[in-house]
Ligand binder design. Sequence first.
Ligand SMILES: [Zn+2]
Length: 371
Amino acid sequence: MKKMLIFLCIIPLIFAGCSKEVEDNKKGVMKIEQSAEEIIIKKVDDKVTEKEIIVETPEKEITEVEKINLDEVRPNEIGRVMIIMYHSFGKNEKQFVSTPEIFKNDLIELNDLGYVLVSLEDYVNNNMDIDAGKTPVVITFDDGHSTNFKVFEENGEIKIDSKSAVGIIDSVYKENPNFGREATFFLNGNIVFGQKEYVDYKLNYLIDNGYDIGNHSNGHEDLSTLSADAIQKTLAINKEKIESHLNGYEVKTLALPFGKRPKDEKLEEFIYNGKYGDIDYNNIAVLNVGWNPASSPISKKFNYKSINRVQAGSMEYQLDYWIDYFEKNPDNKYISDGNVNVITVPENLEEYIDYNKIVDKELILYERKQL
Ligand SMILES: [Zn+2]
């Protein structure tokens, strides 16, 4: 029987205290369970120290994550996550333009390398329910270009253009259902995928099939140049326009047009929440243009108000660069432990954990062996 030591320490629920307690117990695998009044640290290790009490662990306390081979899976749920930014498709790749072929290849390559699609909302809420060993990736499209989502009618039936982004994601998903079907389309004003007569169909298709829609302002304004009223007006009006097509769906993410935000702190607050007339908005994620992978949602470096994205493309610090980077440095990417209720982090990265983000989850720290 696997030897398990349970080291129990009842301490007040003070996160600083908790962090200290964990640091004092650096070796082996630790699991922390938190309840309202106490924190229990369980320690799994072959070595016995004088402070530890040896008990037989009841079978029911062995959670799923304890069954995975940590040395093989090497979970790292404080690793970095790519949020990829696409715009339109054209004949040739250039800044902010990809091609249907490149996009499809990106998805196939990501799938082959162990990535799975997750929604922006699940990423922000630290609710990424994916298999052990997999790495989450978020896909975003800005500006509502026609190449994002094109349809045509055949024998009275609406069909999706297989070369548009939605058609490509759908087809890759059909071939690889475990890869998932998720992407957020950030829309602005009247430019909603080009075909006015199908706006209602398209927006509903997206929401009904696992996709998301985010805010990109009504007029694609540079928000750093607007007044408080103007910021609230453009964000609220656009949100309302999108939601008017949908039954109960709430737009609550924002991609900053041009990646720009007000410099004045008081004005900046209005990109997170505000009100215009009787329309109010509360954004749970504000995305930059950026050029690097985002922090894990449990990292102290994570800030929902400023989330960086990786630009699609093959130039330096664009998607191809980062895919290569994580192949060469796999320890730096997020790798799931397969249990959404458990957070598993190599113990040498413990100092980066924001304990406020995992109050309702269990934490396992383990010694990750050198590759
Ligand atoms: Zn834009």
